[in-house]
Write a protein that binds this ligand. Structure first.
Ligand SMILES: [Zn+2]
Ligand SMILES: [Zn+2]
Length: 127
């Protein structure tokens, strides 16, 4: 039923994710059947795309999403009151439900966090 994700037929590549995102998936498309997959980086299982969502490649369970709320901060520890939402997938059968509390997100370019974020982006590209 599933394409084999444990061999080299599926090549997972990181996607361009914002540095504040908790879920920075890798994606792959099967050369044979064109089925699309995504997974947590280097995970040994994946979420397989179906017409109505994703299923787990380990157990076939329908994948659920958690709506994670990230606070927008001007500086470290100083919030603006705004929030950004991020959808994080998980398999309700064999994975723990991710926390719906996100990480602080910087509000502006050029703030004191900028260097830190640049470094995170650079390390992501080198994956
Ligand atoms: Zn396939
Ligand atoms: Zn599962």
């Amino acid at each position: 039923m599933y394409c084999r994700i444990d061999n080299k037929q599926l090549k997972f590549d990181p996607v361009n994710a914002e540095s504040w995102m908790v879920y920075k998936p890798e994606k792959a498309t099967c050369n044979g059947c064109k089925t699309e997959y995504q997974r947590w980086p280097s995970s040994d299982f994946a979420y397989m795309k179906r017409s109505n969502g994703y299923v787990c490649t380990l157990d076939g369970t329908e994948i659920l999403e958690v709506d994670v709320t990230h606070m927008v901060h001007i500086f470290k520890g100083v919030g603006t009151g705004e929030v950004i939402h991020e959808k994080i997938p998980y398999c309700p059968f064999h994975e723990e439900r991710p926390s719906d509390t996100g990480k602080p997100v910087k509000a502006y370019e050029g703030d004191p966090w900028e260097q830190e974020f640049k470094e995170i982006r650079r390390s992501l590209k080198e994956l």
